[in-house]
Design a protein around this ligand. Structure first.
Ligand code: GDP
Ligand code: GDP
Length: 456
């Protein structure tokens, strides 16, 4: 069977974090033009055309699911974004710091034909301080005559330089083997939150100044912050375990929220990188929106990131203390226009600054996670589909009418359904099925995914 059609309309492509916890994060770091993007593309097996991103265009997506020798990890690509030459040194260090912070393993790429520069040395200091495993890639070693250039990089003090040619693929397999050797089974970020019935992982996301750190403070301030129970942990407290009521929650990447890296230059890029990484570490994301301001493209982009990553979603309209009648009417129209595709997300109106209604967050999180975990028994699913199809058959097109034979829920977190049919199902009809699935089974707060397989 072949997947002939995936439901469009922004239903999650699915996340990598299963019940076993988030997969490890491998970040590729280095100066501009050393070949980071080329290396990432090689690892992902993308074709040449995709490699050539338009210069100066900041990509939204910075993390990608990757695999080597049967092991999955998340690859963080920090290449392909524009650096202004004036602040280059500081920018590279800043970018590296964010990426290192998020990573379980760092691949540090140096251009062997240039050798180590002062900027490289600066990144090396950051790497040392982080205490994270580093694999040194000596890139642009296109042939054996350049091996000596790679060997010269021993003096960086990061251990063995791995000579590679990202462009031609030379040595990249050995490099990946070296990465796997030091890569943990599960991302350290989520390791304590992965047990059955353990604390769930929550990301607080949203554009700068929407009130993420205020909300975190409101939640933590009145509550008990639980000390990381994992013995011998030396890493930054990037995640915090917070007890709210009778339950504990992991709030992921709180260091990023507190440190406010996003307020420095290149704000968009860092914000986007942090957001994507936080979402991928989490099971449920709370997207904060500043209800006193207009809804921006940046707000809807964060919502899309959550949905595309297949995570559960709660939307919190913050700064509700500043709300008035006019603004409120306007906001409802904006929501109707720009967020209609996530009407299924629980919505809470809060004021993080005063703590007003922040106690409603837990209920919303629980609802969303319950939907995310839901499994519909095959019998019930097919009874539902049978009735639906009998009452509303697929429209006749060109004398043909695809029949739905059978459906099953292939996965949870988020729920994924596979429908077997005798022909392609129109997008409109698939959306209709999704709507009815939601009406019948709920799924409040969870993206759902439907694919169709065509059987003769
Ligand atoms: P980034 O800024 O670090 O992401 O660097 P890019 O991946 O965009 O690569 C910068 C330039 O170096 C591009 O022109 C690449 O084609 C080139 N490049 C990357 N890897 C290699 C390599 O292994 N050998 C050679 N000769 N050129 C490379
Ligand atoms: P972050 O960048 O998303 O972490 O946002 P912050 O938590 O730093 O908040 C940005 C600004 O909004 C600060 O000046 C906060 O005091 C203010 N702020 C946050 N929450 C509220 C709220 O509920 N009401 C009002 N009026 N201001 C708020």
């Amino acid at each position: 069977d072949e997947d002939l059609a995936l439901l469009d309309g922004g239903l999650g492509a699915g996340g990598e974090a299963g019940p076993a916890g988030p997969v490890p994060v491998v970040a590729v770091v280095g100066r501009p033009n050393v070949g980071k993007s080329t290396l990432v593309n090689r690892v992902l097996g993308r074709r040449e055309a995709v490699v050539l991103d338009t210069p100066g265009v900041t990509r939204d997506r910075v993390t990608y699911p990757a695999e080597w020798a049967g092991r999955s990890f998340t690859l963080v690509d920090t290449g392909g974004w524009e650096v202004d030459v004036a602040g280059l040194d500081a920018r590279v260090a800043e970018q590296a710091e964010v990426a290192i912070d998020l990573a379980d393993v760092v691949v540090f790429v140096v251009d062997a034909t240039v050798g180590a520069t002062a900027t490289d040395e600066r990144v090396v200091r950051l790497l040392r301080r982080s205490g994270k495993p580093v694999v040194l890639a000596a890139n642009k070693v296109d042939g054996p005559q350049l091996e000596a250039d790679a060997a010269a990089l021993w003096n960086l003090g990061l251990g063995e330089p791995h000579p590679i040619s990202a462009l031609h693929g030379r040595g990249t397999g050995d490099l990946l083997d070296a990465v796997l050797e030091v890569m943990p089974e599960v991302s350290a970020y989520g390791r304590a939150g992965t047990g059955e019935g353990g604390p769930r992982r929550v990301a607080l996301v949203g554009r700068p100044n929407v009130g993420k750190s205020s909300l975190l403070n409101a939640l933590v301030g009145s509550q008990r912050v639980v000390v990381d129970p994992v013995a011998g942990t030396t890493r930054d407290p990037v995640d915090e375990l917070v007890a709210i009521g009778d339950r504990e929650w992991w709030f992921v990447d709180t260091a990023g929220i507190r440190r406010r890296v996003h307020q420095t230059s290149g704000a968009d890029f860092y914000a986007s990188l942090r957001t994507q990484a936080a979402i991928e570490k989490a099971e449920v994301a709370v997207v904060l929106i500043d209800s006193s301001d207009v809804l921006t493209e940046q707000d809807t982009r964060v919502v899309t990131q959550v949905v595309d990553s297949g995570r559960a979603l709660v939307i919190a309209y913050n700064k509700w203390d500043l709300m008035d009648e006019d603004r409120r009417r306007y906001l409802e129209r904006e929501i109707e226009r720009d967020l209609v595709q996530v009407q299924w997300a629980p919505r809470i109106n809060i004021a993080a600054k005063t703590g007003w209604h922040t106690n409603r967050l837990v209920g919303a999180l629980e609802t969303a996670l319950e939907s995310w975990d839901t499994r519909v028994p095959t019998g019930r699913l097919n009874a539902f589909l049978g009735e639906l199809v009998a009452a509303h058959p697929h429209p006749l097109r060109g004398g043909k009418q695809p029949r739905i034979l059978f459906a099953t829920q292939a996965d949870t977190r988020p729920p994924r359904f596979v429908i077997f049919a005798t022909g392609f199902l129109e997008a409109g009809y698939r959306r209709f099925i999704e709507r009815r699935l939601r009406e019948t089974f709920g799924f409040e707060g969870s993206p759902i995914h439907i694919s169709v397989r065509v059987r003769e």
